[in-house]
Design a protein around this ligand. Structure first.
Ligand SMILES: Cc1cc2nc3c(=O)[nH]c(=O)nc-3n(C[C@H](O)[C@H](O)[C@H](O)COP(=O)(O)OP(=O)(O)OC[C@H]3O[C@@H](n4cnc5c(N)ncnc54)[C@H](O)[C@@H]3O)c2cc1C
Length: 459
């Protein structure tokens, strides 16, 4: 961390909003005008819309993250959690991964800590649920699913096989629908290389509390997606929820029960709870309360945007808030950056207004659904191509764009990779066992002792 005479713009969070805002500020700022500092516990930004594709093995994990230090060469990038903000002294407290917490002074503050999974106190969920918010979770899910196929192949016990081959996803929004579609596509494809596990041995269940899935797509496309997934033998239960999953025994409110070794939770997000320590006004659901200029209400040196902010949606009208999605996060980041620079120079602030351009969802290889400008609907292969073109071109940094498109092009000529690296979960186990104390020799049993004696006499 450098000490600086220049004003410091402190950006808390290096995700969508943090990365894009920092890039824009660095591009528009005059030389030496300010120090831009980005703090994040991770050293990379994650392109979250690729998580389901990563779980399905269609995007390599390293290609869906952008290293902050290379993407923001002119910024100061610090690794750590911001744990609190003192507005009287204008300092933030940072807890680094090693060493003691320290304070960092700032002149301007950008709060972009995103969201966390929204959960409920459902018995068994904390022990057995798998989240879908980080690249580590997506890769673990892929390894876990493929390990279940290995497990099923290794036993004739029907109960163990059935449980291993049952996959439940809770939440019928983008994350849930794309995750079940990609995982089903991959697992059923992988079944080809197993002798005793077939496509039909697997059971996939999607659970949604509302009366339709993919609400952002509108009722027609939501229904079309549901029917298409059901044709693929994915059971979809709407207007129901999970009551419990103790010992991986899933019980739904509608009476359906299943033993499932994979339970993925994607039932919504809530603002990052760390905001409670930032001394800022929060809305009824815990978001930072911002004006349409993205300035935090009552704080002219603090801006916020993305999943952790409640930003008035001027394109929709009075009383509406922008939904938490990447489309808003990226565009808000640009307006926010311009307003930070204006604020620093004493110029007026501009309001954020953005009309929804549409939505796209990938549903496994060559399958997708999209709605553009609220009226043009794409289904199946055209939607999937559009999904790939759109997300491939949006992933940050040219380096990652080239890698993603290269991976996809190669995959058109090669078979899908279906090896699961479940040992990644405990990679040092084998070495620790080898380097640990030698196990005690097992005492020879009477039968073995007699055999030894016989051998000795015959010599
Ligand atoms: C599986 C999945 C699929 C999605 N698919 C789509 C899609 O197809 N289309 C779409 O529009 N949207 C999609 N989204 C939503 C979209 O990704 C989010 O709306 C967007 O990432 C929000 O950006 P953000 O900057 O607010 O938060 P994030 O991108 O989550 O960034 C928050 C950052 O803050 C950091 N942070 C957290 N706590 C601290 C702290 N205490 N101190 C410092 N840093 C901290 C985090 O490490 C993270 O880097 C998807 C989300 C998920 C989970």
């Amino acid at each position: 961390m450098s000490t600086t005479e220049r004003p410091r713009i402190l950006i808390v969070g290096g995700g969508y909003v943090g990365l894009y805002a920092a890039m824009r500020i660095l591009k528009k700022m005059r030389y030496g005008e300010a120090t831009v500092t980005v703090v994040d516990p991770r050293s990379y930004m994650t392109y979250l819309p690729f998580l389901p594709e990563a779980a399905g093995g269609n995007v390599a994990p390293r290609n869906l993250v952008a290293p902050l230090r290379s993407a923001l060469k002119k910024a100061e990038v610090l690794t750590g959690h911001v744990t609190g903000v003192d507005h009287a002294r204008k300092v933030a407290t940072i807890a680094p991964p090693a060493g003691d917490s320290y304070e960092l002074p700032f002149d301007y503050l950008v709060v972009a800590t995103g969201s966390v999974s929204r959960t409920f106190p459902i018995p068994g969920l904390a022990e057995h649920g798998i989240g879908m918010k980080t690249v580590e979770e997506a890769i673990s899910l892929r390894n876990h699913v493929l390990a279940q196929l290995d497990k099923a192949e290794s036993t004739a016990d029907q109960d163990v096989r059935r449980k291993a081959l049952t996959f439940v996803v809770i939440g019928g929004g983008f994350a849930g629908v794309e995750t079940i579609a990609e995982v089903e596509d991959m697992a059923r494809d992988a079944a080809k290389i197993y002798k005793t596990v077939s496509r039909d041995d697997m059971r996939f269940i999607l659970v949604e509390a509302a009366n339709r899935i993919l609400p952002e797509m509108g009722p027609d496309l939501g229904l079309w997606t549901k029917e298409k997934l059901e044709e693929r033998n994915i059971e979809i239960y709407i207007e129901t929820s999970m009551d419990s999953c103790v010992d991986q025994h899933v019980v739904l409110k509608n009476g359906v029960e299943a033993d499932a070794s994979t339970i993925v939770w994607t039932a919504g997000v809530k603002p990052n709870p760390v905001l409670n320590h930032f001394g800022l006004p929060l809305g009824p659901r815990g978001h930072v309360d911002t004006a349409a200029t993205l300035q935090v209400q009552g704080f002219d040196y603090v801006w916020s945007a993305g999943d952790n902010a409640q930003v008035p949606d001027l394109a929709v009208g009075e009383g509406a808030w922008c939904p938490p999605n990447a489309q808003h996060a990226v565009r808000q980041a640009v307006q926010l950056a311009d307003n930070v620079i204006s604020g620093m120079r004493g110029f007026p602030q501009k309001e954020y207004k953005h009309k929804n351009l549409g939505a796209v969802a990938g549903l496994g290889l060559h399958k997708g659904v999209a709605i553009l400008f609220g009226k043009y609907k794409l289904k199946g292969r055209p939607a999937w191509w559009f999904h790939r073109l759109y997300h491939g071109s949006r992933v940050p940094t040219m380096n990652r764009k080239v890698r993603v498109f290269t991976d996809w092009t190669l995959a058109m000529f090669l078979k899908r990779e279906v090896v699961g690296l479940s040992e990644m979960e405990k990679p040092f186990g084998a070495f620790q066992e080898a380097a640990g104390p030698a196990p005690k020799p097992v005492e020879a049993k009477p039968a073995e002792a007699a055999a030894d004696k016989e051998l000795a006499t015959s010599k």
